[in-house]
Design a binder for this molecule. Structure first.
Ligand SMILES: [Mn+2]
Length: 324
């Protein structure tokens, strides 16, 4: 925890009135939970706030208080004094179509954050931006409300992989405990998020799992959600969010890659690594970004050519382990 910068950002929260909150594309639980957590805290204090997030409506997030306040783009004529960019490693990763306004505050935990804000608070030891926002908001102006607590708890729960990933620390549990005390219902949130899988997402999982490709003596596993599967089993809103992480859990796997075929030659790859291969480095080479253990990239042109190019890069990283 870094007190001077927290004090500086608290001062901005107290002394300004109009805020824009945005995050990265391909939104995840940390992004949306952090955005909405900050939204509630500000809204409750009479501030004008626009919260912008993109991507398909994912049913697992709709239970979050304030979900219906999310806009897909900055409202016409909205003018912010301050923009919070959350969980976003670089300006290029900001949700497409969103241009930050006023003072830009960058709060993130990705290694290699480009410090694109006027104020940059990057803590690579935090399990989630939700954990950082807990530090920022708890004690900034009295106790946290249950709505803020619920959203921040989801952010921490999902980005720490249910308190399993490497950045899970005593501080993570302390934040989680305080959020539960403030009104977050741990069981309800976990059930709404994790036990709320679309039936077609399960069918997709079955098809992907039946057609996994193992390479490099089982250290690389890859699979794909083809266009055909999306067409038969519903749009991206049905995509199984846990799939890539489940693939990493296969015994002997160092890196799992899940491809999404998006049509017109475009595609997306999600990387999950046990940590010996740095997935963020891998993704960066391919024009994407992320963390050491979870990262991703997008591509367009010829899907099959790019899929092979991505796999070639992964194989190279895995072979480099042997050379050590
Ligand atoms: Mn995050």
């Amino acid at each position: 925890m870094s007190l001077p910068i927290i004090q500086k950002i608290r001062h901005v929260l107290h002394t300004h009135k109009a805020f824009l909150i945005c995050g990265h594309e391909d939104l995840d639980g940390d992004c949306i939970g952090s955005e909405l957590g900050l939204f509630h805290w500000l809204h409750r204090r009479g501030k004008t706030v626009a919260v912008v997030a993109g991507g398909p409506t994912i049913a697992n997030y709709t239970f979050l208080p304030g979900y219906d306040q999310i806009q897909s783009r900055v409202p016409d004529g909205f003018s912010a004094e301050v923009t919070f960019c959350l969980d976003t490693g670089s300006a290029a990763r900001i949700l497409p179509g969103v241009r930050p306004q006023g003072l830009v505050i960058n709060i993130d935990h990705h290694a290699g954050n480009t410090n694109f804000g006027a104020i940059n608070w990057v803590d690579v030891d935090a399990s989630a931006v939700g954990e950082m926002l807990f530090d920022l908001l708890s004690g900034a102006d009295g106790p946290l409300d249950p709505e803020t607590a619920t959203c921040l708890y989801l952010a921490i729960l999902t980005d720490s992989g249910c308190f399993r990933y490497s950045k899970t620390s005593a501080r993570t549990f302390e934040a989680a405990a305080a959020l539960v005390r403030a009104g977050a219902n741990a069981h309800d949130i976990a059930e709404q998020y994790y036990e709320n899988v679309h039936p077609n997402a399960v069918r997709m999982t079955g098809e992907v799992f039946s057609n996994l490709h193992f390479e490099c003596d089982g250290r690389l596993v890859w699979g794909e959600i083809s266009l055909d599967m999306y067409e038969r089993l519903g749009g991206p809103e049905c995509q199984p969010e846990q799939l890539a992480s489940q693939m990493r859990g296969i015994r002997g796997v160092e890196v799992a890659v899940l491809f999404h075929q998006m049509g017109n030659g475009a595609g997306r790859a999600s990387f999950r690594s046990r940590g010996r291969v740095d997935a963020s480095v891998l993704a960066k080479e391919l024009g994407g970004g992320g963390h050491r253990s979870a990262a991703g990239c997008r591509f367009s042109g010829d899907y099959a050519v790019h899929r092979e190019r991505v796999l070639e890069a992964v194989r190279r990283h895995i072979h480099a382990l042997e050379a050590r």
